[in-house]
Design a protein. Structure first.
Length: 137
């Protein structure tokens, strides 16, 4: 299936859901005084879907893949911040494990999409999509 809109991308949906879960955790009292960790975790988790969105609008597959590499790095960074939060007692182990698993899945999906884009390597992503659109005639 061709993703015609950003919202069609399952990896984007999953990354956004994971970022929302992190946001909910950050509202806990444990994070109220650790501003640096809270901000780092909020920023890295929100960057994942943001970078996917930014990459989706790029002209070439290669450019899109570049943004996906950055998104995958932000997902790994988020996992690390969650480990720090666990070690500081801010997050219970079961919550941390659930989110690590979620981010592992997002990383795997990003990697699969990168591989697809690198195989296709279209220099004009939108040209084919526009030709595929029904004309309404």
């Amino acid at each position: 299936m061709i993703a015609r809109t950003l919202e069609d991308l399952l990896v984007y949906q999953r990354a956004l859901a994971a970022a929302n879960e992190v946001s909910a955790i950050l509202k806990r009292i444990e994070f109220s005084k650790d501003f640096d960790l809270r901000d780092q975790l909020a920023n890295s988790s929100s960057r994942v879907p943001a970078l996917i969105a930014e990459g989706f609008e790029q002209k070439t597959d290669r450019h899109f893949a570049h943004y996906l590499y950055l998104a995958r790095g932000s997902a790994k960074e988020t996992k690390t911040h969650l480990k720090v939060a666990l070690n500081r007692g801010y997050v219970p182990l079961e919550d941390a494990r659930r989110l690590w698993s979620e981010y592992d899945e997002v990383c795997a999906m990003i990697t699969g999409l990168i591989q697809h884009l690198e195989f296709e390597d279209r220099s004009h992503r939108w040209t084919k999509h526009l030709r595929d659109e029904p004309t309404g005639d």
